[in-house]
Every structure is written in C-alpha cells, then in structure tokens.
Design a protein around this ligand. Structure first.
Ligand code: MG
Length: 205
C-alpha cells in the first residue's frame, strides 16, 4: 500500500454522530403530524435529496416541511431544531487533530445542507481545521454520484491512491475505491485508527 498524501473525511457517523429523531421530536411537538411521520418525511423523502443537492433553498425546504407536518413554529425555530442533531465522536476528532499536527492535509466530503453546516461551524471548533470542504449542496451532487468525487479531485489536485477516504456508507466508499482511492469503511473508530496507523500516517513504528 502507498502512503496517501491527503485524508478525506465523511462527516456524519465518521466525525459527528447524528440523530434525526431529536429534530423530529421537537418539530412534531409543534405540528399536527406524529413524530414518526415527520421523521420519515425528513429523513427519507426525495425532499432532503433536493435540498442537499442544491436546487431547493432552506426556505423552500421549510415551506414543504411545514405544509406536510402542520408545524406552527417559525423558520428560525425549525432551523434550530433541524440542525441541532449532532454530537462529536471524540476518538475521531482526536485522530483528525493528530493528522493535522503531522501536517497532513484533510478535507470534509459530505452529503449535507446549509442549515446543518451553519450549525456545525458555530458549535464544533474542529470543523474550522480542514484544508477544504466538498459539500453536496454547493457542488450540486451527492455521493455516490461521480460528479462530487470529481469535484474533490479538482479541489485537492489529488487522485487515485494519493487519497485516503473514510465513510460509513458502503456505496460511498465503493465509488471512491472505483476511482482508485484508498478507502476505509468506518465501522468503529478504533479500526479506522488502526488502518491509518498501518498506512504510516500517524508515524508509529
Ligand atoms: Mg456518513
């Protein structure tokens, strides 16, 4: 195996844990639809896809959620509820900081939306410490579509085995592996760390 020159991180379930149920409970408390239906609508509908691939604005997203759920709160309340679902995964935050200290460039590569990213920027200081951010709603393409992988290669100037990519979703890492990237399907942080050590990026003998 070649030592990669950059490390690319998925965000959700790799650096930050998240739970949409937190948002849907709070939204449903001020809505006519039950939490389970709000949850399904938010997390599985084509709506989130349209929002996270860019064609839909946050206001349009809110309007559709409100129409479906009967949510009575303001847009600001909704935005707060929708985005406040994340918590740090400490072993991964530490691992990322160690890579930075060793001068290894790191990137965020995420299917996400502007409400979530605003919230994450405000609340999680580690998020400022990356060389670049490839975000689905900005690139207008979502993993595992080819276009967002090409955007990462264009931004970083790296390709193939120079890139090490961590993600918790098999279809996403498969699309990276198909381009020759080195990949880690994250199942648990200790295993991800062990692989990164084996690749020589943490400098342990
Ligand atoms: Mg993920």
């Amino acid at each position: 195996m070649i030592k990669p020159s950059i490390v690319v991180f998925d965000l959700g379930k790799v650096l930050l844990d998240f739970d949409y149920a937190i948002a849907t409970r709070r939204i449903a408390a001020q809505a006519t639809k039950p939490a389970v239906e709000v949850h399904e609508f938010l997390s599985q509908s084509p709506l989130l896809y349209r929002y996270e691939t860019g064609p839909m604005t946050r206001q349009e997203f809110f309007d559709e959620v409100r129409q479906f759920s009967g949510f009575r709160g303001s847009f600001e309340e909704f935005g707060g509820f929708f985005a406040d679902i994340f918590s740090e995964m400490p072993p991964m935050i530490t691992l990322h900081a160690e890579l930075r200290r060793r001068g290894i460039p790191t990137y965020i590569f995420s299917n996400t939306n502007d409400l979530a990213i605003e919230h994450i920027r405000r609340n999680f200081p580690f998020f400022a410490n990356f060389d670049g951010y490839i975000l689905s709603y900005e690139v207008r393409s979502m993993k595992p579509d080819v276009k967002i992988y090409e955007a990462l290669e264009a931004m970083t100037g790296k390709r193939g085995a120079e890139i090490l990519y961590l993600d918790d979703r098999p279809e996403n890492v498969d699309a990276g592996a198909a381009r020759g990237w080195q990949v880690i399907l994250q199942t648990d942080p200790a295993k991800s760390r062990a692989t990164i050590e084996r690749l020589g990026l943490l400098g342990t003998a």
